[in-house]
Ligand binder design. Structure first.
Ligand code: ADP
Length: 240
């Protein structure tokens, strides 16, 4: 049956993820083990200071990865009504420091009464991920636009149409995503940010939106004239 197939697919994904995760966490932990060994083995005070610093960097990496992962699993059991405008405004407030450091201009256009039924901690995580990606991609004085629109139901006999819900778009005029990178951005651990990225943000976000029966799409351009990224999230109302 379809449900069984889906479950099998999910197990396969979970298995692959566990293997990758073990690998990602193993490397920094091995490094910490080696550094501690070197310190026990009689390092000079200068060396010890350096080793400690390196070990703490490696542990930060482990913390970063586990935080990003947990975003997906911590949450209440029943969905509640979420005011999308309120949520976006609070996330923008949270990211205010990074955004004002870059002197970014944030343009908002919120539909009133845009609410969905869902898991607020998780949805918040999605918007934190998407907006901090937009800020990361931006250069000094860049523009980030956040818009919400109400969508009414579209009835269609064959496909079942589309449910009523809220469409959220987050656009930036940052560096954009290359054609080579674009197909990979939703994969776990794909990052172009080196040590600063976990590559889990979009993967986790995709999982959360899927859990809400929504969709997430990404368009991007690195053209010199017109570079930037637009993410469109659709969340159905799920209330009836
Ligand atoms: P991370 O932010 O830790 O790298 P993500 O899964 O959130 O992980 O993003 C994966 C990659 O997708 C990023 O490293 C970046 O290359 C690309 N990306 C995501 N959002 C944007 C954006 N708004 N502009 C440019 N690149 C982006």
């Amino acid at each position: 049956s379809q449900a069984a197939l889906l479950a099998t697919e999910k197990l396969a994904v979970a298995g692959r993820l566990a293997a990758t995760l073990a690998h990602e966490i193993h490397n920094p932990l091995d490094a910490v083990g080696n550094l501690l060994y070197l310190m026990k083995d009689g390092a000079t005070p200068e060396e010890s200071t350096q080793f400690l610093q390196l070990a703490s960097q490696e542990l930060d990496r482990v913390t970063q990865i586990s935080r990003a992962m947990l975003g997906m699993y911590r949450e209440s059991k029943t969905p509640v009504i979420v005011d999308v405008k309120e949520m976006l405004e609070s996330v923008l407030l949270l990211l205010n420091r990074q955004m004002s450091q870059l002197q970014l201009e944030v343009r908002t256009e919120f539909a009133s009464n845009a609410s969905v039924t869902g898991y607020p901690v998780e949805l918040r995580q999605v918007f934190i991920n998407l907006l901090s990606n937009a800020a990361d991609a931006s250069t000094q004085g860049g523009i980030i636009a956040v818009r919400t629109k109400l969508r009414s139901a579209v009835r269609s006999g064959k496909t079942g149409g589309r449910q009523a819900g809220v469409e959220i778009t987050i656009s930036d005029n940052g560096v954009g995503i290359s054609d080579a990178a674009l197909p990979q951005v939703f994969q776990p651990f794909f990052t172009t940010k080196g040590e600063h990225g976990t590559g889990l943000g979009l993967w986790v976000s995709h999982g959360i939106i899927e859990k809400h029966s929504g969709t997430i799409e990404i368009e991007s351009s690195t053209d010199e004239q017109n570079h930037g990224t637009r993410i469109t999230v659709f969340l159905p109302r799920l209330d009836s």
